[in-house]
Ligand binder design. Structure first.
Ligand code: ARG
Length: 423
């Protein structure tokens, strides 16, 4: 018993069934004297989750629970992310980041139900996920202590395996993979091992949802995504619930090699790291959503929304889902989506996804105005006056610059950073 640790009665531990969280069960019992209830949240990670329930009890948990939150994840977290075209640093669809607040909220709910005074998670002290879990738990359940064993113990993988052996733990027999994988409906993140060397291409073995170039179909595939107020509801005319729709997109886009992301990412804790993801469905759906927005939203709204989209993505990344700012932005985003209803045709081919067609009853594109063919109603003669006034500010500024140069002469123009009016 470590006397420095405070006594804790009951802990709800977010349990994946992997080595870290399996070792955490006896470790928390020993260090904090607490009873453990494990919680496994199904957010669409692959692999057999009911096995985790048995394993948790074998490893000393008093109770173990499994919650299927896939539908909630898709509706409450992924739908707004699509509406925001949410991509951290322009490339990462935030798959891991979006699931954390849902898992944290589930931990707090179960803690309330079973009368726990703490929750625990298996995050390290170097990543974003600890920030996301801790901040969300502090927000929703400020009375709860947060225990992060991996951040507290000083064990490497070998130490953990030895600890597991000494405690007779049942751990999932996985081949000794150097990679850390996090998975849910929205994507798959792979870290560690050879991937830590940003100068080298990711080894093929890390990929699971996206096909290798040698397997890419030679022919392109087109598919149609229909949106209702910014949320995808039909694929090729077939209405699907959000979970099935995303799973289907993952399969179809992944088969064409769409969705691989190789990113040098800026973590909240100040570290830059090389991150590798597979998010085929997310990238395809965001591409489609953007194409539809381009058709139905006016130019100034599109431009302003791009800034809101970016900020929304940053808040999600930074663990601030449960914040007034995120909620206010979500309100703005929702109101922009009233007209984002319509259909987009995507072409999947050789690792890429492109929107190649779009239509909507709310389209702002007027063929009659835009056509170069017969029957255009655009008043071209008015363009001359418009252009004159439009360019007037620059015309004035340029004339002023020319006059100033003439006054100062050659001397002035040669000085570096000359104090001359521009233009
Ligand atoms: N860097 C990603 C994020 O912060 C993923 C982190 C979790 N990935 C993992 N393989 N454990 O959202």
């Amino acid at each position: 018993m470590n006397q420095e640790k405070p006594r804790v009665k009951k802990v709800v531990l977010a349990y994946s069934g992997g080595l870290d969280t399996s070792v955490a069960i006896p470790w928390i019992r020993e260090q904090y004297g607490a009873e453990i209830v494990t919680l496994t949240v199904d957010v669409g990670q692959q692999g057999e989750l009911t096995g985790a329930l048995d394993r948790a009890r074998k490893n000393g948990a008093a109770d173990s629970r499994l919650l299927d939150r896939k539908d909630l994840f898709a509706r409450e977290f992924l739908a707004p992310a699509i509406q925001a075209n949410a991509l951290y640093e322009g490339v990462y669809p935030l798959s891991t980041a979006l699931a954390r607040p849902l898992i944290a909220r589930s931990l707090v709910e179960v803690a309330q139900e079973v009368g726990a005074d703490a929750v625990a998670h298996g995050c390290t002290g170097k990543g974003n996920d600890q920030v996301r879990f801790d901040v969300a738990v502090h927000t929703l359940g400020p009375h709860l202590r947060v225990i992060a064993p991996v951040r507290e113990w000083n064990m490497n993988r070998t130490d953990e395996l030895e600890y597991a052996r000494a405690h007779g733990l049942s751990v999932r027999v996985t081949p000794d993979s150097p990679y850390s994988v996090d998975e849910n409906l929205w994507g798959r993140s792979i870290e560690g091992g050879a991937l830590e060397h940003a100068d080298r291409a990711a080894p093929e073995e890390v990929f699971d949802w996206t096909s290798h170039p040698s397997e890419w179909p030679a022919a392109p595939e087109t598919l149609t995504v229909e949106f209702d107020r910014g949320v995808p509801v039909r694929l090729d005319g077939v209405a699907l619930d959000p979970v099935s729709l995303i799973l289907s997109m993952n399969r179809r886009a992944g088969a064409h090699g769409v969705g691989r992301i190789d990113h040098v990412e800026d973590r909240v804790v100040g570290i830059k790291s090389r991150e590798t993801y597979e998010c085929p469905g997310a990238l395809a759906l965001i591409e489609a959503h953007r194409a539809l927005e381009a058709l139905v939203l006016p130019r100034d709204l599109l431009s302003f929304k791009a800034g809101v989209d970016r900020r929304f993505g940053e808040l999600v990344y930074e663990g601030l889902w449960f914040s007034p700012l995120r909620e206010a932005l979500a309100g703005f985003l929702r109101s922009t989506q009233e007209v984002v209803t319509g259909s987009v045709t995507l072409r999947l081919h050789q690792g890429s996804v492109r929107a190649v067609g779009r239509s909507s009853e709310y389209s702002l594109l007027s063929h009659e105005l835009a056509t170069y063919g017969h029957g255009s109603s655009f008043p071209q003669e008015l363009a001359v006056g418009f252009i004159h006034l439009y360019g007037l500010p620059n015309q004035l500024a340029h004339a002023r610059a020319v006059a100033a140069r003439a006054r100062l002469g050659e001397e002035g123009t040669r000085a570096p950073g000359a104090v001359l009016p521009t233009a």
